[in-house]
Design a protein around this ligand. Structure first.
Ligand code: IDP
Ligand code: MG
Length: 139
């Protein structure tokens, strides 16, 4: 995936609270094009693999429980400078520190349940997108 794509998940809290539509509106009105999208649910093995980098952190078990407790929306998004611009749009990991108008500022409850995922590099965007979507599901 080139540097014009990123990967996102609307996390279980966003789906539970009925925020799918509002968050997608914010994403598309900020200039991101939806390349691929589905409602899906992570297994424990999926979440452990996805967040492997955090496996030694004290919050790891809670993170896996949270991310597997219900469906998510997984999507690939396209825009110039997608990874960096999407991280700006979602705001800081801790919504208490997320800038006004960012998705986490508007829709997240806490540092653990923070509404959305955004890839942190072009390399991870490609890995994370390919984990969820085959070539024939990308447009
Ligand atoms: P990011 O999602 O902003 O990239 P990461 O540091 O990669 O943040 O952490 C991955 C996820 O783990 C966060 O989105 C959040 O759900 C959870 N998390 C991160 N730090 C903490 C923490 O200090 N306490 C509880 N959960 C956390
Ligand atoms: Mg991260």
């Amino acid at each position: 995936m080139a540097n014009n794509k990123t990967f996102t998940m609307l996390k279980p809290d966003s789906v539970e609270k009925g925020n799918i539509g509002a968050i997608l509106e914010k994403i598309t009105s900020s200039g991101f094009r939806i390349v691929a999208m589905k409602l899906t649910q992570l297994t424990t093995a999926d979440a452990e693999a996805f967040y492997e980098i955090h496996k030694d952190r004290p919050f790891f078990a809670d993170l896996v429980t949270y991310m597997t407790r219900g469906p998510i929306v997984a999507a690939i998004l396209e825009k110039d400078n997608a990874v960096e611009d999407f991280r700006t749009l979602i705001g800081a990991t801790n919504p208490a520190e997320a800038a006004e108008g960012t998705i986490r500022n508007m829709f997240a409850d806490s540092i653990s349940e923070n509404a959305v995922h955004g890839s942190d590099s072009d390399e991870n965007a490609a890995i994370e997108g390919a984990f969820h979507f085959s070539g024939r599901e990308m447009f």
